[in-house]
Each structure stands twice: as structure tokens, then as C-alpha cells.
Design a protein around this ligand. Structure first.
Ligand code: NAP
Length: 309
């Protein structure tokens, strides 16, 4: 039986692993099918303390993994938890067909990309519609072509600015007349001559399903009601994230937006189950806050296990 199982390999998960491993709890971390989480889809991370010149998202995650492994974390690499039973004791996790029993669990499953839900989006995914500029931006189909980014937060600004390396022009479509992004990111975006803002507008349809590739978007100005077509070779959707909490719905208290509800510290509604990072944080959602929450969850788990003795 495991003392502590950590589900997820983003900042929260690896930090929880470093702390529980150093507490001699020999944690088992289940990475999920996208090891490293959302930060691996980011280019340079400029705001994680300790890296004065920034660090690539993937490099940061590999450093954390290395650090967790050094203290004895065991890793179920590329494995996914299919279901959990937190109502029995010990807890049971079904992982790729086998059952793992655990005295305590730290849930740090992060969040996935939100979708627009408009016509053509699903059909043209990977045919010009993508959710990750750093993963796909350099593809030949996007080179020297006009590209569209949708969203108004830090992600959208970061994606738009990254894509200016490859695109002939980047159009940033936002449903308001001001950016939600942090001041520094917003200022950089607005000052970039290769980024054209399209304010007060939403994408109504991604074109063109009949040609089996992205040729443009149909836009609607929500102030005037006018519709228009904008030609582009790619649509990069950066409109936020949805917590990956589906498998915990019948087990833990989860709010209407899908985030795990926390009590004191990292405690969930089930004693012995703790949560950390983007799956339980709708407010800050930063790499460093996820790491901080992972640390809290590890300490809470350690104290919980001590209380069982
Ligand atoms: P976000 O801050 O939640 O912004 C999402 C944006 O998408 C908002 O502008 C929102 O519009 C828009 N949006 C949401 N649903 C939409 C829809 N259905 N159609 C059209 N637009 C829609 O998400 P994020 O940019 O991914 O950032 C998440 C967190 O990560 C934030 O805390 C951010 O600071 C952080 N982050 C930091 C960095 C960095 O510092 N390097 C980089 C990326 C992300 P409204 O404005 O109208 O709500």
C-alpha cells in the first residue's frame, strides 16, 4: 500500500513530490498522458523566481522532475488514472487496468484548454485549429500566412507575440475593448506592429470545413452586430482552461466551474485527499502558486499520515 499517491505532473504535482519524498514518504507520482502539464506548452517562463533570464516551460518541468526523482519519488510515466474510489479505505485508484491502494492522495491534475464551441472548430482541429502556439506555431502550414489568435488574457498575448516569428500578420480577436492580460503583456502586445487587434468581436465559425483546412474565420462584432470574414491559415484558441476534474465528480466536492473545493489548506471534502494547483485554483493559476499549493498539500498529507499512527 502506498503512503501517498500524487496524481499529475505539473508544478503542483512535482513540488508535492519533492516535499513528500524529502519527508521519506516514498511518493508514487502518476504523470498522466501529457507529462509536465500545461507549462510544457509555454515558451519562456519569465516570472518563476530563481530564473533571472527566464526558463523554457519544458526545461523547468524537467528540472522539477529531476529534483523529485533525486529524493526517491517513484514515477508511473505516461500513465493515466481512469477512476478513483475515495469512499473506501484505503483509497483505490484504477491506473491503466491495475488498482493502486493509498493511505493519502494529492490531486494535482491541472486544467485543459477551453474550446470555442463554434462550427468548424472541432472538424478542423490539427488542420489549422490549435490550442498551443509553442507546439504548432512553427509548422510549415502557418509560415508567412495571416494567423488568428482568440482571447484577451496572458495566454492569448503570449501566443500572439510568439506567432509573429512565423506569421505574415497576427490578428488577435477579443470579445471586449480592453485586454484582460497583465499590464506588461498587454503593453507588449499592443506595441507589436505585427499584431492587429480586432476588438469587441467573436468567432462565429471557423472556415472552411468543405476544404478540410482553415481558410478563415467568420467574425461578429458584438457591439454593432456586423459580421465579416477574415482570411487566415490558422486559428490559435487561447481562451482559458477547464479543470481536469471529471473523474472526481462523484467523489469530491467540486464547484460549478469544475474546480475542487478546498477547506482548510489543501484539504478536500474527503480527509486524506488533498488538492493543489490549477484543478483547485480559479483565481491565481500561476506556475509559482501551483508549486506553493503543491508544497502545502505535501505538508498536509505528511501531517495527516502522522495523525493515523
Ligand atoms: P484567462 O486569463 O482566463 O483569459 C481568458 C481570455 O479568453 C479572456 O480574455 C476571456 O475573455 C476570453 N474568453 C473566455 N472564453 C471565451 C469564449 N468562449 N470566447 C471568446 N473569448 C473567451 O486565461 P489565460 O490567458 O489562459 O490565463 C490563465 C492564467 O494563467 C492567468 O492567471 C494568467 O495570468 C496566467 N498566465 C500567465 C502567463 C505569464 O505570465 N507568462 C502566460 C499565460 C497565462 P474576457 O476577458 O471577456 O473574460
Amino acid at each position: 500500500m502506498e503512503q501517498v499517491v500524487i496524481i499529475g505532473s505539473g508544478c503542483a504535482g512535482w513540488t508535492a513530490a519533492i516535499y513528500t519524498a524529502r519527508a521519506n514518504l516514498s511518493p508514487l507520482l502518476i504523470t498522466g498522458q501529457q507529462p509536465g502539464g500545461l507549462l510544457t506548452t509555454t515558451s519562456s517562463v519569465e516570472n518563476f523566481p530563481g530564473f533571472s533570464n527566464g526558463i523554457e516551460g519544458t526545461a523547468l518541468m524537467l528540472e522539477m522532475q529531476e529534483q523529485a526523482t533525486r529524493f526517491g519519488t517513484r514515477i508511473e510515466y505516461l500513465s493515466k488514472v481512469d477512476s478513483v474510489d475515495f469512499l473506501s479505505s484505503p483509497f483505490k485508484l484504477s491506473v491503466e487496468g491495475k488498482v493502486i491502494e493509498a493511505k493519502s492522495v494529492i490531486v494535482s491534475v491541472g486544467a485543459g484548454h477551453r474550446h470555442l464551441g463554434v462550427g468548424g472548430e472541432h472538424e478542423l482541429e490539427n488542420k489549422g485549429v490549435t490550442y498551443c502556439a509553442t507546439c504548432d506555431g512553427a509548422l510549415p502550414i502557418f509560415r508567412n500566412k495571416p494567423l488568428v489568435v482568440v482571447g484577451g488574457g496572458d495566454s492569448a498575448c503570449e501566443e500572439a507575440s510568439y506567432l509573429t516569428r512565423f506569421a505574415s500578420q497576427v490578428y488577435l480577436i477579443h470579445r471586449r475593448d480592453t485586454l484582460r492580460a497583465s499590464k506588461i503583456m498587454a503593453e507588449r502586445t499592443l506595441a507589436n506592429p505585427k499584431i492587429t487587434m480586432v476588438w469587441d468581436s467573436v468567432v462565429e465559425e471557423v472556415l472552411d470545413v468543405t476544404q478540410d483546412k482553415v481558410t478563415g474565420v467568420r467574425l461578429k462584432n458584438i457591439e454593432t452586430g456586423e459580421t465579416s470574414t477574415l482570411d487566415c491559415a490558422g486559428v490559435f484558441v487561447a481562451i482559458g482552461h477547464t479543470p481536469n476534474t471529471q473523474i472526481f465528480k462523484s467523489q469530491l466536492e467540486i464547484n460549478d466551474a469544475g474546480y475542487i473545493t478546498l477547506g482548510e489548506g489543501s484539504r478536500t471534502s474527503i480527509p486524506g485527499v488533498f488538492a493543489a494547483g490549477d484543478c483547485a485554483d480559479s483565481v491565481y493559476r500561476q506556475a509559482i502558486t501551483a508549486s506553493g499549493m503543491g508544497c502545502s498539500a505535501a505538508i498536509d498529507a505528511e501531517r495527516y499520515l502522522a495523525s493515523l499512527q
